[in-house]
Ligand binder design. Structure first.
Ligand SMILES: Nc1nc2c(ncn2[C@@H]2O[C@H](COP(=O)(O)OP(=O)(O)OP(=O)(O)O)[C@@H](O)[C@H]2O)c(=O)[nH]1
Ligand SMILES: [Mg+2]
Ligand SMILES: [Zn+2]
Length: 310
């Protein structure tokens, strides 16, 4: 067996992967099992890999192994390509970005990203961006009242005025970081504000639909403050990536204190009598928007599980 080097995947496009080791970037090809869809064979920005370095006659290295991931962000993509897709791996702090206006805050989408982030074992911060656009603070207080009790820190930011950006910068300490969220919420703009040298492409939000234009098209790690940050493309859908519906409730931190008190075990917290989670929703201890998100995702996973066995 030849010499192997260990490196960090900084970019994945089509069939080529860039691996950084010792300050040098080696372009690598994806061969054999690494072209399969199974997530242990997928390669994403942030993965640590073993590479057979290029020989004199070839200019590309070859990836030989992917090391186990500490954390990851993934989503389930539906359709013919139905599979869990890893977006970024080994993230130290994941910044989940939403905008308070233009586009308007989507509780549903935010919950989906948060659940996927929980399922991938991530340390999470929420960035509520574009606060320069709101005069009325009600929307912000409402969002805070739902997410702060769950234990998530919320950073109020504006990529335009720079407000709150230092709070993000202070958390960047030489590790791997990532921003994720819908198209147009300002992920690339925030990163440019932290480090103008990044010079990331920024898009416009369509006036009619309030939607972003998918300006960032693939995940890539950029050097930042002695570490790396991944800018990710805004995604239209964010399917729950977990294996089964039994893993879903633990991705809702506010369910944890109640889940053990349900009359039936296991309890899906949907139709069962004597469900402590449902009771907590009725008593206002769990936000109804969060419970609705849970039920939507549960239905989705149930449909997926059924189609797998028939
Ligand atoms: N007013 C205001 N506009 C912002 C702010 N952040 C971003 N924008 C604008 O929102 C639009 C979209 O910003 P991007 O940074 O491209 O958004 P993105 O999340 O990277 O979008 P994708 O790459 O498509 O996923 C641009 O017109 C930005 O100038 C902000 O804090 N305040
Ligand atoms: Mg972008
Ligand atoms: Zn229950």
């Amino acid at each position: 067996m030849g010499r192997r080097i260990e490196g960090l995947v900084v970019r994945v496009t089509g069939k080529e992967v860039w691996v950084e080791a010792g300050g040098e970037i080696t372009p690598c090809v994806l061969r054999g099992r690494f072209r399969q869809k199974r997530h242990e064979f997928q390669i994403a920005a942030g993965d640590r890999v073993e590479v057979a370095p290029p020989e004199s006659r070839r200019t590309q290295g070859a990836i030989e192994a992917v090391l186990p991931r500490r954390s990851w962000l993934s989503r389930y993509t539906g359709g013919r390509d139905a599979v869990e897709r890893i977006i970024v791996a080994n993230i130290d702090v994941l910044f989940v970005v939403e905008s308070i206006a233009s586009p308007e805050l989507s509780y549903r989408f935010l919950d989906r990203v948060l659940v996927s982030a929980e399922s991938g074992n991530n340390e999470i911060r929420i960035c509520l961006n574009k606060i320069d656009l709101v005069e009325d603070q009600n929307g912000i207080s409402q969002a805070l009242s739902v997410y702060v009790p769950l234990g998530y820190s919320i950073i109020r930011t504006s990529a335009k005025t720079g407000e709150g950006v230092d709070e993000i910068t202070d958390l960047l300490r030489g590790g791997v970081y990532a921003v994720v969220g819908r198209s147009g919420v300002g992920k690339s703009s925030l990163l440019n504000r932290i480090d103008p040298d990044l010079n990331l492409k920024v898009g416009r939000v369509a006036e009619k639909t309030g939607r972003g234009r998918h300006t960032t098209t693939y995940s890539q790690l950029f050097p930042i403050r002695g570490g790396y940050v991944a800018d990710t493309p805004g995604m239209q859908t964010f399917g729950y990536p977990g294996r089964s519906k039994d893993d879903l409730p633990v991705c809702f931190p506010e369910f944890r204190p109640h889940g053990d008190s349900c009359r039936f075990r296991p309890c899906t917290h949907s139709h069962e009598p004597g469900c402590a989670v449902k009771e907590a929703v009725e008593r206002g201890l769990i936000a109804s928007t969060r419970y609705q998100s849970y039920k939507d995702m549960l239905t989705e996973v149930e449909i997926r599980e059924k189609s797998r066995y028939t």
